[in-house]
Design a protein around this ligand. Structure first.
Ligand SMILES: NC(=O)c1ccc[n+]([C@@H]2O[C@H](COP(=O)([O-])OP(=O)(O)OC[C@H]3O[C@@H](n4cnc5c(N)ncnc54)[C@H](O)[C@@H]3O)[C@@H](O)[C@H]2O)c1
Ligand SMILES: [Fe+2]
Length: 381
């Protein structure tokens, strides 16, 4: 089977990039924007940076903000109704993965109304039409949802998060402006940044990885490793690096998939509402240890990209340990916890079964049984 690469039609990068939104909207003849963002971003004036650009250019818009972190089926369905009422013709998604994923689901259902139940979009949905055009503006440096063909929705009733994979949801334009991320508090910068590192490492080692995606992932690991500490300290160089590094990771993993650190993180998000980045960061070194024997020489390149010296003189065991240690050290340095207090022994069976059924599980380099997953979750206790 041929390898497929899908990316945005256009992407803008760098401080001040949001100015391009007005130019693009006018050039494309868009009439009215449905601005999808979350309540905190509106409160903190982050969404306002973009609506100021729209106001300045005389462009019409309506704001939708009924979106919670780990967005739900209900958030999507209310959004679909609001989009129809707004009579908009494009979406501007402003936020982290939660706002961008909700926007994608809304845009897909508007163009493919037979999926209005949302649940039927799980996995690879056979939608026929591209979603409403989306201009995606990330405000976290983590998910890279602005350049992925995925979105993740929470089914509150069934206590699970489900991943939808659909090329029709790719945002037409991504506007990756580090100034939009500058207001992130330390903890959010750290956890979303570790999500990006998890994308890069899982994407690099996933079963479908190939030379072109390896290129994206290794570059992303390098940029994220050298930038995350600085971003957490709110330094410009660190913020710029994270904006770029997380996007490059997205260029890769969206096209080849992830692994069980993500399956397990999705489950923790659904059951305990654990922020996605925190869950990924906690799982990543545990899963790297579990996967190591199925990764050939890849951990040598991960260690090298993370700045470990002398990797060429190391034995297989040494460079694998060096890569895992480098990830653990970065996680500790940016203040990520290693234990999840909410986790309970009686939940393990459900968590493991749910992670086993997750769309990211088949991509893991080592096939993990429900029993294996239980053991891996137990390491968080
Ligand atoms: N589509 C994909 O490919 C993909 C990949 C990974 C994760 N995800 C999903 O994305 C979601 C997580 O997204 P996220 O980690 O970006 O966080 P988020 O969108 O859930 O936001 C978390 C919190 O951070 C706040 N916030 C965001 N940007 C801010 C800023 N600049 N300043 C101050 N506060 C800010 C938000 O208001 C919110 O309260 C999860 O549901 C996860 O499953 C999607
Ligand atoms: Fe993620």
């Amino acid at each position: 089977m041929a390898n497929r690469i899908m990316l945005n039609e256009t992407s803008y990068h760098g401080a001040g990039a949001i100015q391009e939104i007005a130019t693009e909207a006018k050039a494309r003849g868009y009439k009215k924007a449905f601005v999808c963002s979350d309540p905190d971003l509106i409160k903190f004036g982050v969404t306002g940076k973009v609506t100021d650009v729209l106001d300045g250019a005389g462009l019409a818009y309506e704001i939708y903000s009924d979106i919670k972190a780990n967005p739900t089926i209900e958030n999507v369905q209310h959004g679909v109704a609001a989009f129809k009422a707004a009579e908009a013709d494009y979406i501007i998604a402003i936020g982290g993965g939660s706002s961008m994923d909700t926007a994608k689901a809304i845009g897909i259902i508007i163009a493919n109304p037979e999926f209005e139940d949302v649940r039927s979009l799980e996995g690879t949905a056979p939608t026929k039409n591209p979603c409403v055009p989306i201009i995606a503006v990330p405000t976290t440096a983590g998910t890279a949802a602005e350049v992925t063909i995925n979105y993740v929705i929470t089914d509150v009733e069934k206590k699970r998060k489900f991943v939808c994979v659909d090329p029709h949801d790719m945002p037409v334009i991504a506007v990756v402006d580090p100034d939009m991320m500058a207001s992130m508090p330390k903890g959010l910068t750290a956890s979303t940044g570790m999500d990006a590192l998890t994308h890069a490492i899982e994407g690099y080692t996933t079963k479908a990885a190939w030379e072109m995606t390896d290129m994206f992932h290794l570059k992303a690991i390098e940029i994220i490793s050298r930038s995350l500490r600085g971003a957490v300290a709110n330094e410009k160089e660190g913020r710029d690096g994270m904006a770029l590094g997380q996007y490059i990771a997205g260029m890769g993993f969206s096209n080849v998939g992830l692994g069980i650190a993500h399956s397990m993180a999705h489950t923790l998000g659904a059951v305990y509402d654990t922020p996605h980045g925190v869950a990924c960061a906690m799982m990543l070194p545990i899963v790297m240890e579990y996967n190591q024997e199925c990764t050939g020489e890849k951990y040598r390149e991960i260690a090298r990209a993370m700045g470990v010296k002398g990797v060429d003189d190391m034995s297989v065991d040494e460079y694998r340990k060096a890569a895992i240690d480098a990830v653990r050290q970065l996680s500790v340095d940016v203040g990520i916890p290693t234990k999840l207090e909410a986790l309970k022994e009686e939940d393990l069976q459900f968590l493991a079964e749910s992670a086993h059924a997750d769309a990211c599980a088949p991509g893991n380099p080592k096939d993990a049984s429900v029993e294996d997953l239980k053991e891996l979750f137990r390491k968080l206790m």
